[in-house]
Design a protein around this ligand. Structure first.
Ligand code: LLP
Length: 429
């Protein structure tokens, strides 16, 4: 069994809390802290590198965790970066990612953004033919080195989570593999620099079979392009979407299983085209753990304990607004960082924001909470800090990185002054 999805265990969470408390990352006045386990991140990148063909570019999705120090660490450990916006392209450059290892996927690229990326040699995936034409109008073969791919909608069945399922009929992304097939093939006959196919079908809620079915569609198209245009497709970008574990009972596919299927099912593809991956969630989610102090405990009825904590919908946007689809697991530490044993008592975790729905879990068994205990939120290294909501204007918690038992700040806690600056006219000043 692959070690890829190994999670931060309860005893590791205890040890991380103790390390944070001993070295001043948590103190009696702290409200919350996020810790990213960089050793685990490194091990995951290494597993990806070993599982997939050696020349694969693993462009980790910046949107999952955009902390520049985390991006730098990914780059130093051999990965590229996938950018969903021009701002993320700049984050990738700030992380010292080589431009040809940056994959820019925004569906709304402006002329200026395209020009900037062409000048740098950044890889571009277009979302449609008008964007391809914009690039064609600007591309100078003597000067530009960017590779350009096109996002294909493989039109497979939808994943289990509607809002992050993007590879079936009606998706806003890409060109239709069925309706626009001949137009796609013709375009590949026209431009030398147009040399990649891109597919991404969803984030979480997608099965290994769905990921493989999508790739089968893309491979069929690739072979047809090669046969009809007599040219090679240099890159096949398989996107992200490999699920992360949020639930002890889940057993998502490992990257090894995914890569083995690709190699076994499509030897020709792997021989002739370089693969690109854009994993985000399955790389980062399990590397992150958050601690929130239990600020208050109240009991409005005999069977209902409510704990007020410092992380709510601002941190766990999807779990609060779409609680049937997105869930985390929780642990409880006492004020000295010792794990409490779950008992019959049921706790509801109220976030700190000003609306009734700001509840991150209801009636869970984590042990009886007391003020100054610490709640541990597991598997929150992806799409949490990066989707931080300003609602109620609480500052983003400090994020620390843990490597070889040493902790360091990756981003300091935002202060009230930071927030005043953020909302001011002169916020750049
Ligand atoms: N590539 C593209 C083009 C994407 O749109 C995404 C995610 C990824 C790669 C990375 O997918 P991953 O491996 O992380 O599943 N919590 C967010 C998730 C949105 C993800 C969208 N795209 C949300 O709920 O909106």
């Amino acid at each position: 069994m692959s070690s890829y999805h190994s999670r931060i265990s309860p005893s590791e969470a205890e040890a991380i809390w103790t390390c944070a408390a001993q070295h001043g990352f948590l103190n009696p006045d702290s409200r919350s802290l996020i810790v990213h386990d960089l050793n685990r991140l490194k091990a995951r990148i290494q597993i990806l590198q070993t599982a997939f063909p050696a020349n694969t570019l693993h462009a980790i999705a910046i949107k999952a965790n955009p902390l520049v120090e985390v991006l730098k660490f990914c780059v130093q450990n051999g990965s590229g970066l996938e950018a969903a916006s021009i701002e993320e392209v700049h984050l990738a450059l700030a992380a010292d990612c080589h431009p040809q290892r940056i994959v820019f996927d925004s569906p709304a690229k402006t002329l200026d953004e395209i020009r900037f990326c062409l000048e740098k040699g950044i890889h571009l995936n277009v979302n449609g033919f008008s964007e391809l034409q914009r690039i064609a109008d600007m591309y100078d073969d003597d000067v530009h080195r960017s590779n350009v791919g096109i996002r294909i909608n493989p039109e497979i069945s939808a994943g289990a989570i509607g809002q992050t399922s993007v590879g079936s009929i009606g998706s806003k992304f890409g060109v239709s593999i069925n309706q626009q097939r001949s137009q796609i093939i013709d375009a590949f006959g026209q431009f030398e620099w147009f040399n990649g196919l891109h597919v991404h079908v969803g984030s979480q809620g997608v099965t290994l079979d769905q990921l493989c079915t999508a790739l089968q569609q893309i491979e069929g198209l690739r072979q047809e392009i090669v046969a009809k245009t007599n040219r090679n497709i240099s890159f096949v970008d398989i996107g992200g979407g490999l699920p992360a574990i949020y639930d002890s009972n889940a057993s998502p596919p490992s990257p090894e299983e995914y890569a083995d299927r690709i190699k076994a099912e499509h030897p020709d593809l792997v021989r002739h085209s370089q693969l690109i991956t854009e994993f985000g969630r399955c790389v980062h989610a399990g590397c992150g753990v958050a601690f929130s102090k239990i600020e208050y405990v109240k009991q409005n009825s005999s069977d209902r304990v409510e704990a007020t904590i410092h992380l709510g919908a601002d941190f766990l946007l999807r779990p609060v607004y779409r609680s049937t689809e997105w869930k985390h697991e929780f642990l409880l530490l006492d004020a000295k960082g010792k794990l409490k044993t779950p008992n019959q008592s049921k706790t509801t975790l109220n976030g700190p924001l000003c609306f009734g729905g700001d509840v991150i879990a209801r009636d869970i068994q984590i042990g009886a909470p007391e003020p100054d205990d610490w709640l541990v939120i597991r598997d929150c290294g992806a799409y949490t800090t990066s989707m931080w909501s300003r609602h109620c204007n609480r500052g983003i918690p400090g994020v620390a990185g843990l490597i070889d038992g040493q902790m360091q700040w990756l981003r300091q806690q935002e202060t009230p002054e930071d927030l005043v600056r953020y909302w001011s006219n002169n916020h750049n000043g």
